[in-house]
Design a protein around this ligand. Structure first.
Ligand SMILES: [Zn+2]
Length: 138
């Protein structure tokens, strides 16, 4: 969730992400609502307001994630941690198919897609619309 993050730290996190949501990859220019910093490990779980614990996220992903750190894998029923943009590589866990649909490549990918609703209708429409110019976050 969004907590107070100093302007300079926000700028660093935003530029590091190239202004894309680090979960769904939507660029700020493709979103109606402004992107914001996410505490990957929420403050209530002893997360800190540091570069290494912040991710740049779209409003919707940030609200869907909330303070969660893990979820139940829809395929196995096991509790699995969420994708961590600071320690995981996006392409190791997720991929975009030609229809703009995100496919999970791991249990971490599956729980992240499910909890953050990464295949929600507006994302599919945006990914399809911008598919010819889509860039990766790194
Ligand atoms: Zn997002």
């Amino acid at each position: 969730m969004s907590e107070y993050v100093p302007a300079e730290l926000r700028r660093v996190v935003r530029e590091r992400a190239k202004q894309r949501c680090e979960y769904c990859l939507i660029h700020e220019n493709e979103s109606f609502l402004p992107h914001e910093p996410d505490h990957i490990i929420a403050i209530k779980h002893q997360g800190r307001t540091t570069e290494s614990n912040l991710a740049w996220t779209c409003f919707t992903c940030n609200r869907a994630k909330g303070s969660d750190l893990a979820s139940v894998d829809p395929a196995t029923g096991e509790v699995v941690r969420l994708f961590n943009p600071r320690s995981d590589t996006w392409e190791d866990h997720l991929e975009v198919n030609e229809d703009g649909f995100l496919n999970a490549k791991s249990a971490i990918g599956r729980v992240t897609v499910a909890l953050l609703k990464l295949n929600r209708q507006e994302l599919l429409a945006i990914r399809t619309l911008f598919s010819k110019t889509r860039r990766k976050p790194r």
